[in-house]
Design a protein around this ligand. Structure first.
Ligand code: C2E
Ligand code: MG
Ligand code: MG
Length: 701
């Protein structure tokens, strides 16, 4: 307690009375009070108005100014009651008349004063907190008195709508009129539901008019207050701005439905729209649409030779042209990679769909200029037209894909319209894929072996293993049909591994039964994709270890394309496998890049002249010249040469004349299966067609 009292007798008296209850600091002047306040904090002040340096109300005001929060009780003498009352009016908690002092009275007066002051402070604090909260809150506040209909809102509530507080009425109707007509019923209904106690709280997200900015999205929430009989008397609540959140959600939706690179719809968004169109067609026979599946031709070449950035820009440019050639009502999408799709809706039948495809081919015909490069891009298009009973979106897309694949096989830059016939033929890429997957898992693959012989002696030096796929229906599928699909789908890796292991195992076990075969080589084809993605070195090591075949007997046949895709890696891997003793042949030589400078760099053992050249000799001068050039080049680089596709004696003679050392072809033997191979060995290496050959057999080399 701070005690201001200049009479020492009175001060002593008060200290005696109060010291059991208060710790007391005593001053005799306002100046003394200032000194004490500088160092201490007090809960209560008891002040005499007539002190050494001040009198009357001035004393009270001076102390109040020094400690605005300190509750003060004023003591008044006989004559100055009026002043004491004035002090209370100015904020003193109480006044005590000196003549009626008793210890108990003073103590109680001080206690009450302190309690009152505390309560007031709390109230003031909470009121301030509330005001601060309202002013600082991003939310607007509203309060609806249900009985009177009065609807009171905070300043912030108004400013959220661009209104000054005076511009808003005071009725619940005034509020509802501002709510967007489309959501007004919902807001009113939600209020009613809460009023009758069907919902725990009121909450609706709705648009509300903003004075200058049109519609703005808010969320209104509220809670009812009930009287003793349980009737709702008020609902009070908040209004929050949800525009930002909604914009963010819209952005997320946008991101989830568009393709990053091109800004076109992505696959899920396209499938969703397609499903809607299909459902519509199912329901009403007049509805019709067409689905176009587009695949860029030779996009990989652009990507590989000019780089991914140019590839991306080509995709973007193609997307723009596709978008421009579609109608506003059509949906253009990028399904992934170099695949696009267009949903044309509505469209009048097959003719119109084909015209759209023709228009697309025309718009893509002009070259694309990317940096200094002029790039030509064509697409293969598969079309599915629909009216009535369309089925599932996935299925439609698959059919369009099948038609596209057909078109691609018929030559690039074309259009094929899907028909049921496509589906039943085993031409469907997807069907090939599924069947192939099954074949790898269930032993549907087999190998055939084609002899490779020395020229001109026709001495057998080895076999090339060639994969065959027999479908469960018994159809034998050619590698030309399934190897590209296996490459595209990645199935080439398990397939290639199986081929290598199967071929090596057969040769190794044959060498045990028939030691005379122990020098025969086995050539295995390794596709580009398998070379690029798989770990060829590890595969070779594993297979050799598992089968026990001598490394010198294994030949890997690779194409130039495979090596050129990544020359550094190719050189490294080839060096590794050759260090094991494995040999490497360059397959189909002459039809790829035929980059002679690279040829010199790659650690290889032989070239296999593509059979298209062999077939041209003798007779076609161009082919003769090429074969001659390849042979002299190989001689200079110290490489062996195998001529593929030797079908006639004339060809063989010519090759022998050019000093080509090895040959392979129907003339010597067609590819034969395992048992036939055993038979050939049993006959002393005589090919099955040996009778018509210019040579009788082969000796061990
Ligand atoms: P390739 O490696 O050039 O195989 C030689 C192809 O020429 C074989 O066709 C063979 O049957 C055929 N052929 C051999 N001699 C003659 C002939 O005198 N005249 C004619 N017209 N053709 C002849 P096939 O078995 O249809 O294989 C085609 C291609 O499929 C192979 O070409 C090879 O690139 C690929 N391939 C086959 N098996 C596999 C495999 O296991 N893995 C990989 N990655 N590719 C394989
Ligand atoms: Mg080959
Ligand atoms: Mg070949």
């Amino acid at each position: 307690m701070l005690l201001l009292e200049d009479s020492s007798a009175e001060a002593e008296q008060l200290v005696a009375w109060l010291s059991p209850h208060f710790r007391i600091d005593h001053a005799t002047s306002v100046a003394g009070v200032r000194r004490l306040l500088a160092e201490n904090a007090y809960d209560i002040g008891l002040i005499d108005l007539c002190v050494e340096d001040s009198r009357d109300l001035a004393t009270f005001l001076a102390v109040q100014a020094l400690a605005p929060d300190l509750p003060l009780v004023v003591q008044s003498g006989l004559q100055d009651d009026a002043i004491a009352i004035e002090a209370v009016a100015r904020g003193a908690q109480d006044y005590l008349v000196k003549r009626s002092f008793t210890a108990e009275l003073v103590r109680r007066a001080l206690r009450y004063a302190m309690e009152r002051a505390g309560g007031e402070r709390e109230l003031r604090d909470s009121r301030e907190r509330y005001q601060l909260a309202l002013a600082g809150a991003r939310d607007g506040i509203w309060d609806w008195d249900v009985r009177s209909g009065r609807f009171v809102v905070s300043e912030r509530w108004c400013s959220m709508l661009g209104l000054a507080p005076s511009e808003f009425g005071s009725d619940v109707e005034d509020w509802l009129l501002l709510v967007h007509p489309e959501e007004r019923d919902a807001v009113w209904q939600a209020l009613q539901m809460h009023l009758v106690g069907r919902t725990a709280h009121f909450e609706v997200e709705h648009r509300i008019t903003h004075r200058t900015e049109g519609w703005t999205w808010v969320r209104s929430r509220g809670l009812s207050v009930r009287d003793n009989s349980g009737r709702v008397t008020r609902i009070a609540g908040s209004q929050s701005d949800v525009n930002e959140r909604r914009a963010f959600e819209a952005q997320l939706l946008q991101r989830a439905t568009t393709d990053d690179l091109t800004g076109l719809a992505n696959r899920p968004a396209f499938l969703a729209r397609l499903q809607k169109a299909a459902d519509l067609a199912e329901a009403s026979p007049e509805a019709n649409f067409a689905l176009l599946f587009l695949d860029l031709d030779r996009f990989k070449v652009v990507n590989d030779s000019l780089g991914h950035q140019v590839g991306d820009r080509l995709l973007l440019a193609v997307a723009q042209r596709l978008w421009a050639s579609a109608r506003p009502s059509d949906l253009v999408a990028r399904l992934g990679g170099d695949e696009f799709a267009i949903l044309a809706e509505p469209i009048e039948g097959r003719r119109a769909a084909e015209e759209l495809a023709a228009r697309i081919h025309r718009t893509l015909a002009a070259p694309f200029t990317l940096d200094e490069n002029q790039v030509f891009a064509t697409v293969s298009i598969g079309v599915v037209t629909c009216s009535g009973g369309a089925g599932a979106a996935e299925e439609l897309l698959r059919n369009a894909d099948i038609a596209m694949y057909r078109s691609k096989r018929a030559g690039r830059g074309g259009t094929e319209v899907y028909s049921e016939a496509h589906f039943t033929a085993v031409a469907g890429r997807l069907e090939v894929e599924t069947g192939l997957r099954l074949a790898i898992a269930t032993g549907g693959l087999t190998l055939q072996y084609q002899p490779i012989v020395r020229i001109p002696s026709a001495e057998l030096v080895g076999f090339e293993a060639l994969a065959r796929w027999t479908t469960p229906e018994g159809r034998v599928v050619e590698p030309s049909e399934f190897i590209p699909v296996a490459e595209e789908t990645g199935l080439i890796e398990p397939l290639g591994a199986w081929v290598m292991e199967e071929a090596c195992a057969r040769m190794a076990s044959l060498a045990v039964a028939r030691p005379e075969t122990r020098r025969l080589a086995i050539s295995v084809n390794v596709s580009s994709r398998q070379f690029a993605h798989g770990d060829l070195f590890a595969l070779v090591q594993r297979v050799l270890a598992k089968t026990g075949l001598a490394a010198e007997r294994l030949v890997l046949e690779l194409t130039e394309t495979a090596l050129m895709e990544n020359p550094e890696k190719a050189t490294e891997v080839l060096t590794q496998v050759r260090a094991l003793g494995v040999r490497v042949h360059l397959d189909d030589f002459g039809i790829g890049y035929s980059s002679l400078s690279y040829l010199q760099r790659f650690p290889i053992d032989s070239l296999k002249i593509d059979r298209s050249f062999t077939q041209g000799i003798p007779g076609r001068p161009g082919d003769e010249a090429i074969v001659r050039a390849i042979l002299s080049l190989a001689g200079a680089l110290n490489l062996e040469v195998v001529a593929e596709g030797v079908e006639s004696a004339a060809q063989l003679e010519h090759l022998a004349g050019l000093r080509c050392s090895f040959g392979q072809g129907f003339l010597f033997s067609r590819p034969i299966d395992g048992p036939a191979l055993d038979g050939m060995i049993a006959r002393g290496f005589l090919p099955p067609t040996a009778g018509m050959q210019p040579f009788a057999g082969v000796a061990e080399g």
